[in-house]
Ligand binder design. Sequence first.
Ligand SMILES: O=C(O)CCC(=O)C(=O)O
Length: 265
Amino acid sequence: MNPGSLIDTDRYDLADPSLAESCRRQFEDEGVCILPGFLRADVLPSLVDECRALEPQAFHSRSSSTPYLTQPDESLPLGHPGRRLVHSSVEVVAYDQFPSVSLLRALYEWDPLTDFVRRCLGLDRLHRYGDPFGALNLSVMREGDELCWHFDMADFVVSLAIQSSLVGGEFENAKQVRTANEPNFAAVAAVLDDAAPELVRTEPMTPGTLMLFNGRWSMHRVTTIHGPESRYVALLAYDTEPGTDSSPELKLSRYGRLPGERVPS
Ligand SMILES: O=C(O)CCC(=O)C(=O)O
């Protein structure tokens, strides 16, 4: 199987320089670039089946941190986002759990996709992540799961929406609520309080969508899931340097194990 056949190439010709250029401009200006229907509608049922088969292996973690992914700084004034705790409950299937026949694995390991993402991000070099767990993840979110408001520590995240939940599971984005020079704590606090709906938009993560997202300046969350349908999103990780790996601490908290250890039951 050619992984390229999963992509709707009538709509998105990856080799067309004007496509990558318009994505690059959107990503640079808005901090987000969305390609709806990137995956062909007729392959989505096979991808959903693959995700359903992987779902029982997902590791469930719960975490609490500030939206900056730090521990609260009690020396800050009350209400400051740097001392606010937010809570997440997420389930993740790691890269080494995708079988060799996995369609998502084949697509992630397909060089023309890596090169397309590189051009959309306007980078000279891009490598698939060197982390044996974190390179490709399936995020499985079920009843009660949520990803709290947070900023990412990386400049980009690449995701593929496979299945939506029936209720909740919205990707909410306080787009570019801060900049490198302006932390905008008042606006961040207002978003955390649900008091600034005008600063928040919902990104249309319909199944089949490819999203490139810069979460360093845009605070974002995935709202609490309700209903019997799991939300499936594949997270494709890259780095500008080859062989980049994550720390043992991050592996233990996100996957519950270290390389060479058995998957916790
Ligand atoms: O599940 C998603 O749609 C995105 C996940 C995300 O934002 C993150 O991992 O920072």
